[in-house]
Design a binder for this molecule. Structure first.
Ligand SMILES: [Zn+2]
Length: 328
């Protein structure tokens, strides 16, 4: 049976696939998410509020808000990293903004650097106001690599080292006009369940809307406590990574401290686009950042975030050969 959503599933000339997502009212989602978060946190509150000015601390984004034609995109994928790397998979944020039909958009999310630009592999925390009508892009992204001197996490400002808007291999991105407006404010503290903030929100939507696909994108701050992250090594694995265990042995895991400013994209249910259904990268102002899994201090953790449901998902350069390894 083809539902209404499936009718909008079209394939573009460039092979990017576009899918219309279900968008409940913010008031409805507020209630759904608050109920779900209360199953996983001692305290949880979700409200509909004006987006705070994201140009201010701790966010320091190049735009004020998360609003205006919200959409998400899943670019490339884990199959371009494992079992063997595809170093030719290089993308560009300005091109992505056009591909998702919003040139000049603001883009945030989770991805990998272009190894051609960086001369190495690294985690990318994209925060890019893309170019528009002669105005150059503003790239406020961060990237994290493993410091060859001490094996620790080395987070740097992208624009301190590089001058393009390229990225590589994969990314999960939230794209919007960067305007102020109404958003969902999520506050949750003292984790009582096993799920991360993002997994809890995603599963809640999956359970409440079992036959629909919803997506949220946005930013949250881990205000107190610590979190488990990973960083991909600078050098790609010389031998193919065949299992989840191989991947976990290749990745470097760290425990990092709050405050961490995390950018997240989540989809309640994959409508058949071979998606990574959640992906979150975080940066800090104290030199730590990377791929977020979960807080490691449930008794004291405090989250505060801002999210908006996306209207469309665009699947860009979907891998032909796929697998489910390495999508945590
Ligand atoms: Zn990641």
């Amino acid at each position: 049976m083809l539902g209404k959503q499936e009718m909008y599933h079209t394939v573009m000339a460039s092979k990017t696939e576009k899918f219309q997502l279900h968008v409940p009212s913010l008031e409805e989602l507020r209630q759904v998410l608050e109920n779900g978060l209360k199953q996983n946190f001692a305290d949880a509150k979700v409200s509909v509020t004006d987006c705070p000015d994201l140009t201010q601390e701790p966010f320091t984004f190049p735009v004020k808000g998360l609003c205006g034609k919200p959409r998400i995109t899943d670019v490339g994928g884990v199959p371009y990293v494992i079992p063997v790397v595809h170093p030719d998979k290089i993308y560009n944020m300005n091109a992505v903004s056009k591909e998702v039909e919003l040139p000049g958009a603001f883009i945030l999310g989770a991805g990998a650097v272009s190894s051609k630009t960086a001369g190495m592999n690294a985690e990318l925390m994209p925060l890019v106001l893309t170019e528009s009508e002669g105005k150059p892009a503003v790239n406020a992204s961060y990237f994290s690599s493993i410091n060859p001197e001490d094996g620790k996490c080395l987070q740097e400002k992208y624009s301190d080292k590089f001058h393009d808007c390229d990225f590589g291999l994969l990314a999960n991105l939230y794209v919007c006009e960067g305007k102020p407006g109404k958003v969902l404010e999520v506050k949750a503290s003292r984790r009582t369940g096993q799920d991360s903030l993002v997994t809890c929100m995603r599963k809640t939507m999956e359970q409440c809307y079992p036959d629909k696909s919803l997506a949220l994108g946005g930013t949250f701050v881990i205000q107190k406590g610590k979190a488990k992250i990973h960083i991909m090594p600078r050098v790609f694995s010389p031998c193919p990574l065949q299992t989840e265990e191989d991947v976990n042995n290749w990745l470097k895991h760290f425990e990092v401290s709050a405050p961490l400013i995390c950018q997240s994209v989540m989809v309640s249910r994959d409508p058949g686009l071979d998606l990574r259904v959640e992906h979150t990268h975080g940066f800090s102002h104290h030199g730590e950042g990377g791929h977020y899994y979960i807080d490691t201090t449930p008794d004291i953790v405090e989250y505060q975030g801002y999210f908006l449901p996306a209207e469309y998902i665009y699947r860009i350069d979907r891998p032909q050969e796929t697998h489910k390894i390495g999508r945590d």
